[in-house]
Ligand binder design. Structure first.
Ligand SMILES: [Zn+2]
Length: 139
């Protein structure tokens, strides 16, 4: 059975919109909330050398975002990023798995493709292994 995580519907809309605004490259950001419930998404700049195939948040921006969360009394819960529309899967790539160093983070992977059956999928990535999580969307 898949582990279930919870997200506010608003977050779902926010990250999907972010991905659809930039369908040709990867977009990324941070997921935050309270008591494990994802209540907010914070967009970040993708500073990867090749933003079409990768995403990378600058360490400085991570520090800034963590400060922002602390100020709002939110917990850091994970990251989101999109895969460009020509990739037909929103599953973690080998690179996504290799670079996932926060083992407790939830990873939302989004596809900007219209009519995708699962435009947002969630994964836990630990010890080089990705496990899909069920997302329960709350109002
Ligand atoms: Zn990826």
């Amino acid at each position: 059975m898949k582990r279930t995580i919870q997200s506010r519907r608003k977050v779902y809309g926010q990250v999907l919109q972010h991905a659809r605004r930039h369908p040709h490259r990867e977009c990324c950001g941070v997921l935050a909330g309270r008591k494990g419930l994802i209540t907010q998404a914070f967009p970040a700049k993708n500073v990867a050398a090749d933003p079409v195939r990768n995403y990378e948040i600058a360490p400085k921006e991570i520090v800034r975002l963590m400060g922002e969360l602390r100020k709002r009394r939110l917990e850091f819960l994970g990251f989101y990023h999109s895969h460009p529309f020509w990739l037909d899967t929103n599953e973690p790539s080998c690179k996504d798995i290799a670079l996932a160093y926060y083992s407790k983070a939830i990873h939302f992977i989004i596809t900007p493709r219209p009519y995708a059956t699962t435009p947002i999928r969630a994964f836990s990535i630990q010890h080089g292994c990705a496990t899909e999580l069920e997302i329960e969307v709350l109002p």
